[in-house]
Design a protein around this ligand. Structure first.
Ligand SMILES: N[C@@H](CCC[C@H](N)C(=O)O)C(=O)O
Length: 260
């Protein structure tokens, strides 16, 4: 049986998208997901996302990392899924959908998707790094030599080391560019490599930089390897709310896999 797929990218974080409203996709087939995400033997992507029907909201998001395992929230994937939902005619310009971390509101105009992220209340400001969960766990630390830095090796050491161990974390290396702009490179758990962008990572960096006083702005620009993202938020009684991740999401190509 042939299965149609679409490929989207959001600032270079790329995803295989499958319309699973008929529930035909074998969701427990870790090997198949990993194979489809393989850049040499498959389609190639940082993750795979299923769009499914939801009883109450516009749709449901099911996210897998490229290792084939279902994981926590993917911000760029969520933005790409909103563009995919619009392409399928599931939504017009606005969406409310359910993901693994709860409900998300979103809007799309001129190829730019604004995605509301979860509120963030618990932030650990440790010696040399900040840890917070923006739907996915993120370790954030400064790195002045950000252009020449070995993100894969150092990121993997942090991801598997104390205090994270097997459960792991995503790891973000940051350099301040100006009062409201930061350069960011991310090692992603489940991809086990640097990706060109990470939406929950950009969100984590913007909030972490505000929390430790590196910016007083509530609209922060993040220059990532694959482009530019923006994150806006409010801070009330120690909780970051009204958090929005903003950036482009594009259809790259479409095709089909499996036997004809
Ligand atoms: N690329 C994503 C993050 C995906 C989840 C992450 N790899 C994890 O398993 O924690 C994003 O844009 O947020």
């Amino acid at each position: 049986m042939q299965q149609k797929f679409y490929k989207y990218q959001g600032t270079g974080n790329d995803f295989v998208m499958i319309d699973n409203r008929q529930l035909k996709f074998d969701k427990n087939n870790t090997k198949l997901v990993a194979h489809l995400c393989d850049r040499r033997f498959g389609i190639g992507a940082d993750g795979l996302i299923l769009l499914e029907n939801h009883d109450t909201y516009d749709f449901k998001m099911v996210y897998y990392n490229s290792d084939g395992r279902e994981s926590s929230m993917c911000g760029n994937g969520g933005r790409c899924l909103v563009a995919f939902a619009q392409q399928l005619g599931v939504i017009e310009n606005h969406a409310v959908f359910e993901a693994v971390d709860g409900l998300h509101h979103a809007s799309i105009a001129d190829g730019i998707v604004r995605l509301q992220m979860q509120d963030v209340g618990n932030i650990d400001n440790k010696e040399g790094y900040v840890f917070l969960d923006t739907g996915s766990p993120h370790h954030v630390q400064f790195e002045e030599a950000i252009d020449s830095f070995d993100v894969k090796t150092i990121g993997a050491n942090i991801r598997y080391g104390a205090p994270y161990f097997q459960e792991g974390t995503n790891v973000n290396f940051v350099k301040k560019l100006s009062e409201d702009a930061f350069r960011l490179r991310t090692y992603e758990r489940g991809v086990e490599n640097e990706t060109l962008s990470c939406g929950t990572g950009a969100t984590a960096v913007a909030i972490a930089m505000h929390y430790i006083g590196e910016t007083e702005k509530n609209l922060v620009k993040l220059k990532v390897e694959g482009g530019e993202l923006e994150v806006s938020f409010d801070l009330n009684n120690g909780t970051y709310s009204n958090v929005w991740l903003i950036g482009p999401a594009k259809l790259v190509f479409e095709g089909s896999y499996g036997n004809a």
